[in-house]
Design a protein around this ligand. Structure first.
Ligand SMILES: CC(C)(COP(=O)(O)OP(=O)(O)OC[C@H]1O[C@@H](n2cnc3c(N)ncnc32)[C@H](O)[C@@H]1OP(=O)(O)O)[C@@H](O)C(=O)NCCC(=O)NCCS
Length: 174
């Protein structure tokens, strides 16, 4: 069984920082909402695959789902002046009918391209594998080069779904 939290080092603007990747719970709803609100419009629209106004409700949903078996949200948290600041999240939910886990991910704009997305994907895959899940998948926009690049680096296949979206999939070896 993988650890419930892990520390990773990221470097942004020449400064190294320790970031804790941990599971979210209901008490994180408000901070997660502030995190989503602080994302650039572009990143937020890509994360939710379209404009969404109900950010507080979305954040509450992300953490409420964590009480369902096979669902979890991982947060990347930076320690700043004695408090935790969320700088990334990934939501994971198992679809029993499709027999695969589905995920969505985002990293705060200032920390993108520091390797954090890949670290979060690795933590998510470990946890999904611990739950006995064998396949993990996501849908993203064809135009989302960041997500497609991240998925490729994490070993996912990338298949066209239609003119605007692609299907990303990876088998988890146990
Ligand atoms: C997609 C996202 C999570 C990637 O996170 P990240 O922390 O920047 O990713 P990493 O730094 O770990 O990058 C890993 C690899 O992904 C690829 N990648 C990341 N950003 C890329 C970009 N803008 N263009 C092309 N490839 C990119 C690269 O292969 C990169 O490796 P490299 O830096 O060694 O070349 C981030 O861009 C994001 O939050 N985007 C907005 C939300 C979103 O689109 N979510 C996906 C839909 S659910």
């Amino acid at each position: 069984m993988s650890k419930l939290s892990s520390d990773v080092v990221v470097e942004s603007n020449g400064t190294k920082a320790i970031v804790c990747i941990r599971a979210a719970d209901a008490s994180d709803a408000e901070n997660l909402s502030a995190y989503f609100t602080g994302l650039s419009t572009r990143a937020r629209n890509r994360r939710f695959m379209g404009a969404r106004a109900d950010i507080a409700a979305l954040a509450a949903e992300c953490v409420a789902r964590t009480s369902h078996p096979g669902h979890f949200t991982l947060l990347a948290e930076l320690r700043q002046e004695g408090r935790g600041v969320i700088i990334g999240e990934t939501l994971y939910a198992y679809d029993a009918a499709a027999r695969h886990g589905e995920f969505a991910i985002s990293v705060a704009d200032a920390f993108q391209r520091t390797g954090l997305g890949l670290q979060m994907m690795t933590a998510m895959e470990r946890r999904a594998s611990d739950l006995g899940h064998e396949m993990i998948a996501a849908e993203t926009a064809r135009a989302n080069a960041e997500m497609r690049g991240l998925a490729k680096k994490a070993g996912f296949s990338d298949t066209d779904l239609d003119w605007q979206s692609v299907h990303l999939a990876k088998r988890l070896w146990r």
